[in-house]
Design a protein around this ligand. Sequence first.
Ligand code: DGT
Ligand code: CA
Ligand code: CA
Length: 572
Amino acid sequence: MAITNAEIARMFRTYADMLEIKGANPFKVRAYRNAARTIENIAKPLEELVKEGYDLTRLPGIGADLSQYIKEIVTTGRFSKLEEIKEQIPPALVELLSIEGLGPKRIKILYEELGIESMEDLRRAAQNGKIQGLPGFGPTLVQKILKGIRLAKKAGHRFKWSEAKEYVEDLLAYMRQIPLTHLEVAGSFRRKKETVGDLDILATAKDFSEVIRHFVKYPKIKEVVSAGSTRSTVILNNDLQVDLRSVEDESYGSALHYFTGSKAHNIEVRKLAMELGLKVNEYGVFRGEERIAGRTEEEVYQAVGLCYIEPELRENRGEIEACREGRLPDLITLADMRGDLHTHSTFSDGKNSIEEMARAAMELGYSYIAITDHSKRLSVARGVDEKKILQELEQIDMINEKVEIEILKGIEVDILEDGSLDMDESLLRRLDLVVGAVHSKFNLPKKQQTDRIVKALQSGYLHILAHPTGRIIGQREPMDLDMERILSQAREHGVAMEVNAQPERLDLDDVTIKLAKEMGVKMAINSDAHNIFSLRYMEYGINQARRGWCEAKDVINTLDLQDLLRFLRKDR
Ligand code: DGT
Ligand code: CA
Ligand code: CA
């Protein structure tokens, strides 16, 4: 079985956590975390890169040592340093790092003094009053820890869709080694939700029992929770749970519909069926004892008087009414995209030259790509100042002469705390495209934060507002914003709202995309790529846009070059 980038990233991250608990040099710990981030963000399997002889040290944060470890992992499937450290530190200790108030030092004390090795050990010790009184553990901290345990339980762990996809592809390839009639992932994964809790897989085959027998032998399984004759649940080595069900062909459509969900959508469909005197379940649509539909999803929808509804829309957000009124959207697809309007090059913190980015965009079939490096205020990203951007523009002119794709001259200009833009206006006027974004002060009060962004929208320079809420999934909350006001200002000033396709951003989210569309605001779906591989993030942005009911006509980078330039030409 192939080893996925997500698995390699997970190994490095676990190793970093364990190093930290061991009290290793913080720089070393950070190096592994940075590498993990790089790896999970490369849209091409490292295994392929290694096979092609690609120099891994060209990737951000990957030095000679890490490059060697990656080679070890893709060739042997093992990371020997991680195995060594696991001999010294119980792996379950790592999950305690997610609890607020517990750093590596305290975890070490808990382990050494009380033998605490897991979340469960910790909960018991805290409740039994064993923790209070240990050096540095006062009553407030103990309360905080107990709260942290409850939070961790409630949040559970969800996987980014992009990470789940890597596991899905590998698992499906494995399952196809045996003869199957149908094989499909249902659940939130099929609905392209930004994160998934677990995977729900559906299979039909002549020989049911062989399906389960084969499934539980998948090499990346850590634990087989259950294995019956038609269903099984397993936990993969990254803790992702997979439920597999085997059904009869004549029930396949109903089962697929049922297990695709969402639950809220299913409930509405069932209500409709009841009004018609029908019963819907995972085995079919029934009138009395008679099965009247179930082989395909289309059949199921038809039986209850509906048309086919795309999985991304099945959230009970109006899709059933829209279907009955014949106004379901014609959802955007990856093939509609004509270009990418937010990318970086080595002029700021990107890893590839402008020409490399342009050629990679060409290979994706695009007709244009905007290079939008950071502005000077963002020093961590080596933002370009007025002098450097002039050099960049010159270079773009030169490269445009020799490539068969239009490179647009852009910038990702920082929106400063007072709403002004981090670049000289005379220069902004010379660019084809100005992408504005907030990169600091994410915690301003709602009114102030909204005013800041509205001021930028009103400047007359902005074409796109990038990652509008600033959220990072599982890490940073969205900014507190009056989104309706921002959307109506965006419409008024002809600014497109970005659907940022980075898998941990996906910002705007699905609900806000739908609102934007309803308000008549244009959008741009962009990869925000910092290297040639990440241009492929576009797929994740398309997923999110589809969940937000987006059609090609709502999105400016589905326009051909001439029409796009017309949109970008504003009075300024
Ligand atoms: P997840 O895994 O949390 O990301 O979300 P889902 O939507 O994949 O949910 P999951 O795995 O619990 O269940 C898969 C599908 O099965 C769900 O989308 C709808 C269906 N389902 C589960 N439980 C029920 C239920 O009680 N009633 C109905 N109508 N459908 C259910
Ligand atoms: Ca699921
Ligand atoms: Ca499930």
